[in-house]
Ligand binder design. Structure first.
Ligand SMILES: Nc1ncnc2c1ncn2[C@@H]1O[C@H](COP(=O)(O)OP(=O)(O)O)[C@@H](O)[C@H]1O
Ligand SMILES: [Mg+2]
Length: 143
């Protein structure tokens, strides 16, 4: 799926919300895009639609931040937000304990700056590329 000529932040949020509606537990999502492309904007709208009630803030310093998904159903579900920007290698993400969340049946993982940790992405990772062009953006979702 490719969205072209995205002009507003609101449109990016709508795309993130629509994507969140069909996403299955256990999914790992890799977000690619330059600084300011809109990865965190996407992540926040995505998390909100999943049912995260707490404020989602970019985990730039902690690298990994987890949130409870409260969608009205009983089972515990977790949204795991990763910002790999400051990492020098995928090993660092393993050291912080990412494996606990990857493909875990109750967890949805979203990784910003996923190109930094390509080596640890599961085969079935959903890839989302956000391109920031001169006066618009493009979002490509590959499942
Ligand atoms: N169409 C758009 N989609 C996403 N963000 C947009 C858009 N238009 C403008 N912006 C702005 O661009 C910035 C994107 O920042 P952010 O999501 O933190 O980027 P990233 O996480 O990719 O570095 C925000 O300040 C946001 O308001
Ligand atoms: Mg960001």
């Amino acid at each position: 799926m490719k969205y072209l000529n995205i002009k507003t932040e609101k449109e990016t949020k709508e795309i993130a919300k629509a994507f969140a509606k069909d996403v299955k537990l256990g999914t790992v999502i890799a977000l690619f895009g330059d600084l300011g492309a809109g990865k965190t904007v996407f992540a926040k709208a995505f998390a909100k639609e999943l049912g995260v009630k707490d404020e989602v803030i970019s985990p730039t310093f902690n690298i990994i931040k987890t949130y409870q998904i409260k969608d009205g159903k009983k089972n515990d579900k977790v949204f795991c937000h990763v910002d790999a920007y400051r990492l020098n290698s995928y090993q660092e993400l393993l050291e912080i304990g990412i494996e606990e969340y990857l493909n875990y049946r109750n967890t949805i993982v979203l990784i910003e700056w996923a190109d930094k940790v390509k080596e640890i992405l599961p085969k079935d990772t959903v890839q989302i590329k956000i391109k920031h062009l001169e006066d618009n953006r493009e979002i490509e979702i590959k499942e």
